[in-house]
Ligand binder design. Structure first.
Ligand code: COA
Length: 151
C-alpha cells in the first residue's frame, strides 16, 4: 500500500538520489542536499513497505501561485499511480494554504493532463519567470511546457 507523508531528514539521501537521477537525464532540475534540507517542510514522499518510491515538493511563488517541483517516481515503480497520488497530495496542500493556482514546468504533458492540468503560456505566470526562471540555467531558452490547474 502506498502512503504519502511529509519528508523527514532521514529521507534526504533517497530524495536526493531520486531527483538527481532524473536531473542527469535533464527531466528535472538538480537539487543540492542543502536545498532539500532547507525546504524539507515542503517535500512529500510516497512510501511502500518502508521504501521511498517517489517524491514531490511544493514551492510557494506568491499569494496566488504555487509550483509543483522535483516530482520523481523510481523507475521500477512507475505506471502504478504513484506520480498521480503525489500530485494529488500537492494539490491538497496548495488548497489548504488557500492558494488558487498550481503550476508545473514539465515535459510530461500527458501525465499532467491526466492530473487535471492544462497547458498555459509562460507569460501567464510572471512571478515564476521573474523570481525563479531568470536564475535557471535554461533561461531564456527554456523548452519546458508550462501547465496549470485552478483550485
Ligand atoms: C512523470 C512521472 C512522475 C509519472 O509517475 P508515474 O507514477 O509513473 O505516473 P502514474 O502511474 O501516476 O500515471 C498517471 C497517469 O498518467 C499516465 N502517464 C504517466 N507517465 C506518462 C508519460 N510519460 N506519458 C504519457 N502518459 C503518462 C499513466 O499512464 C496514467 O494514466 P491513467 O490514469 O490513464 O492510467 C514519472 O514518470 C517520473 O518520475 N518521470 C521522471 C521525472 C519527471 O519527468 N518528472 C516530472 C517533472 S515535472
Amino acid at each position: 500500500m502506498i502512503k504519502v507523508r511529509k519528508a523527514v531528514l532521514n529521507d534526504i539521501d533517497r530524495v536526493y538520489e531520486l531527483v538527481n537521477q532524473y536531473a542527469g537525464e535533464e527531466l528535472l532540475l538538480p537539487r543540492t542536499r542543502d536545498s532539500l534540507i532547507i525546504n524539507i517542510q515542503s517535500i512529500f514522499v510516497a512510501e511502500e513497505a518502508g521504501e521511498v518510491l517517489g517524491v514531490a515538493s511544493l514551492a510557494i511563488l506568491g499569494q496566488d501561485l504555487a509550483e509543483i517541483r522535483s516530482l520523481a517516481v523510481d523507475k521500477k515503480a512507475q505506471g502504478r499511480g504513484i506520480g498521480k497520488i503525489l500530485v494529488e497530495k500537492i494539490i491538497e496542500e496548495t488548497k489548504k494554504l488557500g492558494i488558487p493556482k498550481l503550476i508545473s514546468l514539465t515535459y510530461q504533458v500527458v501525465f499532467f493532463e491526466k492530473c487535471g492540468f492544462t497547458v498555459i503560456n509562460k507569460e501567464e505566470m510572471p512571478q515564476k519567470v521573474w523570481t525563479d526562471c531568470i536564475h535557471c540555467p535554461k533561461f531564456p531558452a527554456c523548452d519546458e511546457i508550462a501547465m496549470a490547474i485552478s483550485l
